[in-house]
Design a protein. Structure first.
Ligand SMILES: [Fe+2]
Length: 262
């Protein structure tokens, strides 16, 4: 799948609007400052490095995050209607966790985690448009995301820490210590981590279906052969002057050749 430049831009505007609508206090200002600082990188990031995963295309990360926020808010209503104790967390905690659950995918302050694949064979045969950047030392996605938040002075609550840490549910064995407990006192005291996990699972599954079911059915239109025009529309409404910047003017070393390589 390939997103049009206009879609990438609109998704970014929605991403920032979610922060504006749901995050409060001093950390709202800090979070906006953080995402504006890394805007070029984050708005073009894929959500994964392999097509077999989900949203492994430019702009795929923000598109995924916006979907997780929408799904999380819908799951909130579902859990509430079915009688879950919604006093154990706030909607702000849910949206903050959804917005930042995959932040660790961006890499560190200087280097992207995913850079364009340089191995032609892996790109063509394995569908790997991206590869891991070996300049970035290993950390799990939740650990790196939480580190980035704290290193930029953005405070998070205990509930948010737990939700971000366990957002992959039991797909991550490391979460067993939180989610596989038999003793009631060791189980999470809030359903927030389960709502976020379900929202993330739902979003990733939908993104997989959109990418792969047409291909598996052999539909010709599903082949990504058409190059998109990645020049941003200067007339699109935006709250930030940099949002009108052309995508091909990005300064980031690891990303500036990406559009030609995909
Ligand atoms: Fe995710």
């Amino acid at each position: 799948m390939i997103l049009e430049a206009k879609d990438i831009q609109n998704n970014w505007v929605q991403f920032m609007a979610n922060i504006d609508a749901h995050i409060t206090g001093d950390r709202k200002r800090k979070l906006i400052g953080f995402y504006e600082k890394y805007q070029e990188r984050i708005m073009l990031m894929p959500a994964a490095h392999k097509k077999e995963y989900h949203n492994a295309f430019p702009g795929g990360y923000v598109e995924h995050i916006n979907r997780v926020v929408r799904c999380a808010l819908k799951q909130y209503d579902l859990w509430s209607d079915e009688g879950a104790d919604m006093t154990t967390f706030t909607k702000e905690e849910l949206v903050f966790s959804a917005i930042n659950h995959d932040l660790g995918k961006m890499g560190d302050e200087n280097e992207e985690s995913y850079i364009p694949q340089t191995d032609k064979w892996r790109k063509e045969k394995l569908g790997e448009d991206y590869m891991f950047n070996t300049k970035v030392p290993f950390a799990s996605v939740p650990d790196r995301g939480l580190f980035l938040l704290q290193s930029h002075g953005i405070q998070y609550t205990f509930n948010e820490m737990l939700a971000i840490q366990t957002h992959d549910g039991l797909y991550d064995e490391g979460n067993k210590k939180y989610l596989f407990a038999f003793m009631p006192e060791q189980k999470p005291r809030t359903c927030l981590p389960f709502i976020l996990h379900q929202a993330d699972l739902m979003a990733a599954r939908i993104e997989f279906e959109r990418e792969w079911l047409p291909k598996l059915k052999g539909e010709k239109d599903s082949l990504d052969t058409k190059k998109s025009n990645f020049t941003l529309d200067a007339n699109t409404k935006s709250t930030s002057s940099t949002k009108t910047k052309a995508l091909n003017s990005i300064k980031s070393e690891g990303l500036k050749n990406m559009l030609d390589n995909l």
